[in-house]
Design a protein around this ligand. Structure first.
Ligand code: FES
Length: 76
């Protein structure tokens, strides 16, 4: 499962708390916690977490991530 930024050891639960407090921008989350500033592999998962609220995600293919994120665009 993917539940954190491994490079900076930032759990998605911590990012969700910030998101719930209104910080929903990945760049701002990154500035505040350091998440996503290593290999960058967690960034798509952080976007999915922001979209779905799920903090413990299975390993996803890029197509699956795109489908989840595009679903948001269709709803907006
Ligand atoms: S896992 Fe987040 S930057 Fe590498």
């Amino acid at each position: 499962m993917v539940d954190r930024c491994v490079c900076r050891n930032v759990p998605f639960t911590e990012l969700k708390k910030l998101a719930d407090a209104g910080i929903r921008d990945v760049d701002e989350l990154s500035r505040r916690t350091g998440c996503g500033t290593g290999c960058g592999m967690c960034i798509p998962y952080i976007r999915v977490m922001l979209q779905t609220g799920v903090t413990d995600l299975p390993v996803l293919f890029e197509k699956q991530i795109d489908a989840i994120l595009n679903e948001r665009d269709r709803k907006e």
